[in-house]
Design a binder for this molecule. Structure first.
Ligand code: ADP
Ligand code: MG
Length: 768
């Protein structure tokens, strides 16, 4: 049996440390920072994400200040900056602001570079392109003076807006760890040095090679700055989902202190505080209503657009909207403990995750820059040796073109940007990927198994029938006995029987010696009688004779009702039926899943006949009925034995083992209950369409990643040989360093823009 790797147990925050890293530009930076962090004593593993600029450390022990400062120091020695971040989302506004500042700074650099580069470009390229201009320059200001002007301007470009490339790239070269900035610095730098020599010490150059490439040096810097600015702007948009979630949380709260209302900052609210929520305001933290009644719009957590009625004692969630009347709330969870903070953390975790596919990319990029430098050196040597005259000029230009075209930033951005946008869009649709790698695993899922009660059905059964079989008892007393013992059971069926007794206004006696038999029913002593309530299995195990009720019971089962038996003092006294209506969304959700090509299975403890009826109402392909709660894992393994990978959808309360055992566990959250540990995907609303959306998003994201990777690799595979001049002998084709810079800037912008397309992902809908 092929068993896919189980998702790693969620790391508890105590042995985890998150750092924000500044200054990373490409995939090789990521590897370098990871290596530096992994070598810090006490760090078990380090994972760095380029799109979020975050590093996540898994520690051998709990986090402490020593490891923290050692890690920051290690990052600094590798040539980057690091600082600690909190994982409650409170940093997000600052991150957004930093991003915006970075984009603005890049824009200023770009404008400066553009202004300085334009005259250089016109003087040099104009002379080549416009007939007569060359002559005009030579006669008006003179060629030498034109070169001097270009020298001044391009020096300003390299020393001003272009300084970042040298400041980062050259030290990286000394550390023998060249990265993308090194390539730009070397490329633009060599064009500039050569031109300076040609201008000021022409005697050093062989005859016929006295050319200047100031325009190439300047344009490379300008175009790459342009690419980075576009990238920074687009990246800002990839994090929008989290910012939107955070906007739901009010900045301050109105506290009731000694009978006085005071406005305080949200950070100062503590559990136990009493808060006043006015109509039209958002609830600031999680709490319980102490006074008043309200309609609360919980659409942000449940996706349900209709406001829910909340009364005294009901829980309310921070971030939800109070629509009509004011009420007071006692805070239960504040700060990083609120449901909203947990949701934000989950999305951030997923956004920063590394997919298994990334391992391949990492292996390639690790050797990429050194290989490019080698190819560039080889290009230089071959052109110098075999190239046409002036061979030194050709050798230089082509070597520079190779260095510029091969910057691996598109490769570094390919997966993380898609993951970021994909998980962000998923969060908007109420799908939380608790483990980022479930994004990749979900795409390969072939079968979806559902728990029945509470997942496919509303989980709120009602008692529909009660048939007294023994004339010695009357209906009311039987129902009251059943209800008396069900009072102690947690099962939804118990609720149904209890509700029925309440509705009929029956008085309930006390039940003693209550026993709950998992997956079968309950027994107890009520008013001195041994009462037993449950399914056929329970009756058989207690040797209760079931004689001629089969047709009645069978008819109920065929209607999709769950039949129950009630025995008193060892003899069958009544049969009952409860009905748990299927969720309104379930039929169309199952249809959508079939449209997506998935097989569906229902797993339930209910009897086979009832289960089959419910399954056929829903259009579910296959049923596993009569499964004991502890048998669900086994049932899943049985389904997986066919070699198909499997997702399990459950309500997360009693389904934890099954959720953990499936390839992907999808938990249906009930509002606040988002921290369902055993699931790898959590749906915030109980609408089953979320399952299809999770799969749809996963497919869209993985497709996007493959497009990005294909693009990033194909682009290099195609253009490096062109830049090296491989197509010169047959076709006379060469790539100017300026075009190389343009193409390279475009390739990373393409990758980010392509990833942003996932934002337009629309929920899966039933056809027709
Ligand atoms: P499921 O989650 O699919 O409903 P369970 O294992 O919880 O499966 O329950 C299986 C069956 O056991 C129920 O269909 C019912 O017949 C019986 N049962 C469980 N708990 C009770 C109870 N408290 N009262 C009566 N019957 C019960
Ligand atoms: Mg259940």
């Amino acid at each position: 049996m092929t068993q896919s790797p189980k998702p790693a147990a969620p790391v508890s925050p105590a042995d985890r440390l998150d750092l924000a890293i500044d200054g990373m530009t490409c995939a090789s930076c990521v590897l370098r920072v990871e290596k530096a962090l992994a070598s810090v004593p006490g760090v078990k593993a380090a994972s760095v994400n380029l799109a979020t600029s975050r590093a996540r450390l898994t520690l051998n022990d709990t986090a402490n200040a020593k490891i923290e400062s050692a890690a920051i120091e290690a990052v600094r020695r590798a040539g980057y900056e690091a600082h600690c971040v909190k994982q409650d989302g409170s940093e997000q506004p600052k991150i957004d602001e930093n991003r915006a500042q970075e984009a603005a700074k890049l824009q200023r650099s770009l404008i400066a570079a553009l202004l300085l580069t334009a005259p250089v470009f016109i003087l040099e390229m104009g002379a080549h392109l416009v007939p007569g201009m060359h002559h005009w320059i030579a006669t008006s200001i003179g060629t030498q003076r034109s070169w001097l002007l270009q020298a001044a301007l391009s020096t300003a470009v390299l020393a001003g807006p272009g300084r970042v490339f040298f400041a980062k790239g050259i030290p990286a070269l000394w550390r023998r760890a060249p990265e993308m900035n090194s390539l730009v610095a070397l490329g633009a730098g060599s064009a500039w040095i050569y031109s300076m020599v040609a201008t000021f010490a022409p005697a050093w150059l062989p005859p016929g090679t006295r050319n200047v490439y100031f325009e190439a040096a300047s344009v490379i810097v300008t175009l790459i700055l342009f690419g980075r600015m576009l990238e920074a702007r687009a990246k800002g948009r990839t994090g929008a989902a989290i910012s939107q979630l955070l906007k739901l949380q009010p900045r301050d709260a109105r506290l009731l202190r000694d009978g006085q209302a005071v406005d305080v900052a949200i950070e100062t609210v503590l559990p136990g505080d009493i808060l006043i929520i006015r109509p039209g305001e958002r609830v600031p933290v999680d709490g319980v209503i102490t006074e008043g009644e309200a309609y609360v719009d919980e659409s942000m957590i449940s996706g349900e657009p209709i406001p829910v009625t909340k009364r005294r004692g009901d829980p309310v969630v921070g971030g939800t909207l109070n629509t009509t009347t004011g009420f007071t709330v006692k805070a239960t969870h504040t700060g990083g403990d609120t449901a909203l903070a947990r949701i934000v953390r989950m999305v951030q975790d997923a956004q920063g995750a590394k997919l298994p596919i990334q391992a391949l990319v990492d292996r390639v990029t690790a050797v990429f820059v050194p290989v490019v430098l080698a190819i560039s050196a080889l290009t230089f040597a071959v052109w110098l040796w075999l190239g046409p005259s002036p061979s030194l000029a050709y050798a230089l230009v082509n070597a520079v073109a190779v260095m510029i075209i091969a910057c691996p930033c598109a490769m570094g951005l390919a997966t993380p940007t898609s993951i970021m946008v994909g998980t962000g869009r998923a969060a908007e649709l109420g799908v939380l990927f608790r483990q980022g790698d479930s994004l990749q695993r979900l795409r390969g899922i072939q079968t979806i198994a559902f728990d029945k009660t509470g997942t496919l059905t509303l989980g709120k059964p009602v008692l529909t029938d009660l048939l007294v079989l023994d004339d010695a008892y009357d209906r009311s007393s039987l129902l009251s006995w059943a209800a008396a013992m069900q009072m102690q059971s947690e099962h939804p069926i118990a609720r149904a029987i209890l509700d029925a007794a309440m509705q009929e206004g029956l008085a309930l006696a006390a039940a003693r010696e209550f026993v709950s038999v998992n997956g079968a029913g309950v027994s107890a002593i009520v008013q001195g009688r041994a009462v037993l309530c449950g399914n056929l299995r329970l009756m058989q195990s207690r040797n209760i004779a079931i004689t001629h009720e089969d047709s009645r019971v069978g008819a109920w089962a065929d209607e999709g009702k769950t039949p129950l038996y009630l025995a008193v003092d060892g003899r069958l006294a009544a049969i009952m039926a409860v009905s748990d209506p299927i969720k309104p969304s379930a039929v169309s959700a199952i249809r959508v899943l079939h449209q997506l090509g998935l097989q569906t299975v229902m797993i339930t403890g209910d009897n086979a006949r009832t289960a089959r009826t419910v399954a056929s109402q829903l259009g579910i392909d296959d049923v596993r009925a009569g499964v004991l709660p502890e048998g669900k894992v086994e049932a899943l393994q049985g389904l997986r034995a066919t070699g198909k990978s499997l997702a399990f959808v459950g309500d997360g309360i009693n389904d934890a083992p099954a959720l953990a055992a499936a390839d992907v566990g999808i938990a249906i959250g009930t509002g606040t209950d988002v921290a369902i540990e055993s699931a790898s995907v959590v749906l915030m609303s109980d609408d089953l369409h979320g399952v299809a959306n999770a799969i749809g998003i996963s497919r869209a994201t993985m497709r996007n990643i493959r497009e990005n990777l294909f693009w990033a690799f194909a682009y290099n595979a195609a253009l490096v040989p062109l830049a090296a001049g491989a197509f010169y002998p047959p076709f006379g084709l060469l790539l100017s360093p300026m075009f190389a810079a343009g193409a390279m800037a475009f390739s990373s912008v393409f990758v980010v823009l392509n990833a942003l397309r996932i934002k337009r992902y629309q929920p899966e809908a039933a056809a027709g």
